[in-house]
Design a protein around this ligand. Structure first.
Ligand code: DAH
Length: 350
């Protein structure tokens, strides 16, 4: 009987290591400890053991049962752990740092705006801001724009109903009929607000959103972004204007760029110019003249409107579209890409 028990224990010892699944474990256990199992059968042999040997064999049986039980328990807990791991998936080490998510990136227009601001900040300009909702006076009158100028046409400019407009925009000017509200059509209104708020000399740039009553196509958007500049000091000339703009253009488009000032007209500058650029280094846009901004010497009428003595002070101003700069920088041929939130487009700038 002793050998029989030792054999059974040896078999259990040997077999449990090879069992990995619960059903296999249960059926193996039945072959040992079940009603017809080997251990159960062996124990029946107790009947035939001589009386004096019974205590020793009884002890051996108990020890064997205990050892087998321990093997069962170990096997079962190993199986349970495997089952849990299978449910949890691959092993997780909670002490490791989380895997990197794809890092975000700035919108191309934000990148261009920041780049432009940086270039001007380095040469002493500060950033100015003013409301997107303006009165007609700030957007047009103070900028020497005549009443019958086409820009004031309801076909071009988004006027707001006085009742629905936010009313914290203060009115300047004497004619109450001029108190119409508009969504600013250009950032040039920031010139007026800055000159009213601060004493010259002045050196500001103003990036911001502007609005026009335009039908959206590849080059037009009813809502886009501009970048305004204003410099007021004594004895300012076109040479100062050209020097600063040439510096800006070379910084943003590279050293190869050539510039030219072409005579133009804006109500708020006299003389007025369009600045064109040409470069051998602009991909598809290489070697052709492209208009990039309007500029000029601040018209004395504008200085008069804000109470600055034009006998003492003079200045230059410029304004450009941020979309346009970004489109030239990157060779983008459709303005709508900027607003569609298509990651395939945006990721190229991240
Ligand atoms: N405000 C003009 C526009 O929206 C751009 C512009 C032209 C701004 C000449 C200026 C300037 O400051 O001097 O088309």
């Amino acid at each position: 009987m002793k050998e029989q028990l030792e054999e059974i224990l040896a078999e259990v010892q040997k077999s449990v290591g090879e069992i990995h699944l619960r059903p296999a474990f249960e059926s193996f256990k039945a072959t040992i400890s079940g009603p017809k199992g080997k251990l159960t059968e062996a124990m029946k042999g107790m009947r035939d053991v001589p009386k004096e040997a019974k205590p020793a064999i009884g002890k051996l049986i108990n020890e064997t049962k205990q050892a087998i039980e321990e093997h069962y328990e170990n096997t079962l807990s190993r199986i349970e752990q495997a089952e849990m791991a299978a449910r949890l998936g691959p092993a997780i080490d909670p002490t490791l740092p989380a895997p990197d998510r794809a890092p975000g990136g700035l919108h191309p227009l934000t990148q261009t705006r920041r780049r432009v601001v940086d270039i001007f900040r380095k040469i002493g300009f500060t950033v100015a801001e003013s409301p997107e909702l303006e009165t007609e006076w700030f957007c047009f009158d103070a900028l020497n724009t005549p009443d019958d100028h086409p820009a004031r046409d309801a076909q071009d400019t988004l006027f707001l109903n006085k009742e629905t407009a936010v009313t914290n925009v203060s009115r300047h000017g004497d004619d109450p009929s001029k108190e119409a509200y508009v969504l600013r059509t250009h950032t040039s209104s920031v010139q007026i607000r800055t000159m009213l708020a601060e004493e010259p000399p002045l050196r500001i740039v103003a990036p911001g959103r502007v609005f026009r009553r335009d039908t959206v196509d590849a080059t037009h958007s009813a809502n886009f972004h501009q970048f305004e500049g204003l410099y007021i000091d004594r004895n300012v000339s076109v040479v100062d204007l050209k020097a600063v703009l040439d510096h800006f253009v070379r910084e943003i488009f590279g050293d190869k760029v050539e510039t030219r000032l072409r005579p133009s007209f804006f109500p708020f500058t006299e003389p007025s110019f369009e600045m064109d650029i040409r470069s051998a280094n602009l991909g598809k846009l290489s070697n052709k003249w492209m208009e990039i901004m309007g500029c000029g010497i601040v018209d004395p009428e504008v200085l008069k409107a804000v109470g600055i003595d034009s006998e003492v002070w003079s200045g230059y101003a410029f304004g450009m579209g941020i979309e346009r700069i970004a489109m030239i920088q990157h060779g983008i041929d459709d303005i709508r890409h900027f607003y569609q939130n298509d990651l395939r487009f945006l990721k190229q700038f991240a």
